[in-house]
Design a protein around this ligand. Structure first.
Ligand code: GLC
Length: 521
């Protein structure tokens, strides 16, 4: 008789945390964060209550896009340590009940990857078809997400190669079975090393239309810059360079490799249309996708409440994020300083009980703002290629562990990126000793989720609420987030309800910009 595996679900119980490795902790004083540094700071993560760690890319890379340009998928860049360091980190995390995800970048390699080096040597090279080559300069109207054409002509063979990001990041040809086979082996290698799964970089662009058709242009008067100042990318309807109907074939193939390990596949799909997004988390595809509705928006109470509600209702398998290494931090987007911190905590509380899990970006638990880095000093290709006015450097600066030079991040006098103007009150050491700090609040909030099965399982029941209020019940918990400014009194379901967590004092009514978790007595 055929045996069926139970669906993989351990991650539904998790609280996630993104470690941006170059900026987390530097163990050897070279100004770069590294894997032994992460291992040395695991207690911070267990004290915070997180049990799922996503590491930003750790592979050898020329760093043209901060590691998202991979030159070897099977090893670790010496600036971050060794494979043995990665295995030690995974083991030390497991001792604390924390699982670790690797960042997998399957859409493109670096031009320094041996596959591309071989491919560009001749049209007949066996690796040529690992990438997209075409006559014409450029052969269609596709643009890079970082600005400029998506094709670069390679003089040696007189053809152009495709890169939906920087010219240093040629796109892989996923219609070539040899590429798929390479990645099967890459997945197995890291799962055998103890990783619990993968955060998958831009999976929605892996499959392109086979005829490389032109994308329809959007009339200029309808095009507006997005929140990172990009215009060119938004001037086209991306019908043919991403989100093709056969994309699910790749995920099904991966699942056959990864399911025997009970591994978690988390997609960085930046589509917001629930119908399109839900295809990525359909049965047999990825387990979950980030929902980027929050990182894309400022403080728009009614819109946020309705977006959260519809995404949570229509898309199975969501990971709730307010910040990342790619966007302005929530605190800055929501008004900065104390106002931004209050609002960010309100939204973190609002999403604490939504399926499937919340995930924090390093420093979010400290209520950090963006650091100001002048555009002409930015390393970010998004700015260097002229496609954006927001430099992601602003959210990639070192983690402030304690006051003083180097912030406890490094003993070096300089880091690979500016330290920023972090003050003592931004640091883990100072906040850990202050019960009123953001760190203390996030610890309490996460501890509540970890201690409340109701916030992690069962159906979400939406409660009637005004437009600027998000209110739902999950088992013996009710979460109410009043994003508006007017106080709201709400009729809770029958029973006696106790405040288990609140972002400010609640006395009969829920004040403006306040979120509360109630638990039934
Ligand atoms: C993803 C990464 C981003 C990178 C891009 C290209 O969006 O999060 O940092 O620049 O993919 O790999």
């Amino acid at each position: 008789m055929r045996e069926y595996r139970r669906p993989v679900q351990w991650w539904r119980d998790a609280v996630g945390y993104q470690v941006y490795v170059p900026s987390f902790a530097d163990s050897n004083g070279d100004g770069w964060g590294d894997l032994p540094g992460v291992t040395s700071r695991l207690d911070h993560l267990s004290d915070l209550g997180v049990n799922l760690l996503w590491l930003s890319p750790i592979h050898p890379s020329p760093f043209a896009d901060h590691g998202y340009d991979v030159a070897d998928y099977l090893t670790v860049d010496p600036r971050f340590g060794t494979v043995a360091d990665a295995e030690r980190l995974v083991a030390a995390a497991a001792d604390r009940g924390i699982r670790v995800l690797l960042d997998l970048v399957p859409n493109h390699t670096s031009t320094a990857h041996p596959w591309f080096r071989a491919a560009r040597r001749s049209r007949d090279d066996p690796h040529r078809d690992y990438y997209h080559w075409s006559d014409g300069d450029p052969p269609n109207n596709w643009v890079s997400a970082f600005g400029g054409p998506a094709w670069t002509r390679d003089e040696l063979t007189g053809q152009s190669y495709l890169h939906l990001f920087a010219a240093d990041q040629p796109d892989l040809n996923w219609r070539n079975p040899a590429v798929a086979a390479e990645f099967d082996a890459i997945l197995r290698t890291w799962l055998d090393r103890g990783f619990a799964g993968f955060r998958i970089d831009v999976p929605h662009v892996m499959s392109k239309h086979p005829d490389l058709l032109d994308n329809p242009a959007i009339p200029a008067d309808l095009v507006a810059p997005d929140e990172r100042g990009r215009v060119e990318w938004n001037s086209f309807e991306h019908l043919y360079d991403r989100d093709q109907p056969d994309i699910g074939d790749i995920f099904r193939r991966w699942r056959a490799v990864t399911d025997p390990y009970d591994a978690f596949l988390l997609g960085e799909v930046s589509l917001l249309d629930p119908v399109r997004l839900a295809r990525y988390t359909a049965p047999g595809a990825l387990h979950a996708c980030f929902w980027f509705g929050l990182v894309r928006r400022g403080w728009e109470p009614a819109a946020l409440a309705s977006w959260i509600r519809s995404a949570a209702t229509d898309v199975p398998g969501l990971v709730w994020v307010l910040s990342s290494h790619d966007r302005s931090r929530a605190v800055s987007r929501y008004g900065g300083g104390a106002v931004g911190r209050r609002r960010a905590l309100v939204l973190s509380t609002a999403t604490i009980g939504l399926p499937d899990l919340p995930l924090l970006y390093q420093g979010e638990e400290l209520g950090l703002d963006d650091v100001h880095i002048p555009l002409d000093e930015a390393q970010d290709p998004l700015v260097r290629f002229g496609g954006g006015t927001f430099a992601r450097d602003a959210v990639r600066t070192p983690m402030p562990w304690r006051p003083g030079p180097g912030l406890g991040f490094t003993t070096a006098s300089r880091a690979w990126i500016a330290f920023g103007d972090r003050g003592p009150a931004d640091t883990v050491a100072v906040q850990a000793a202050d019960p009123a700090s953001p760190l203390s609040a996030y610890r309490r909030l996460i501890a509540l989720r970890r201690a409340s099965p109701s916030l992690r399982s069962g159906a979400v029941e939406w409660l009637d609420a005004p437009a600027e209020v998000l209110a739902y019940r999950r088992g013996d918990c009710v979460v109410v987030a009043n994003l508006g400014v007017s106080p709201q009194s709400l009729a809770l379901p029958d029973g006696t309800w106790r405040v288990a967590f609140a972002t400010s004092t609640v006395d009969g009514v829920v004040p403006g910009e306040t979120a509360v978790v109630f638990r039934r007595e």
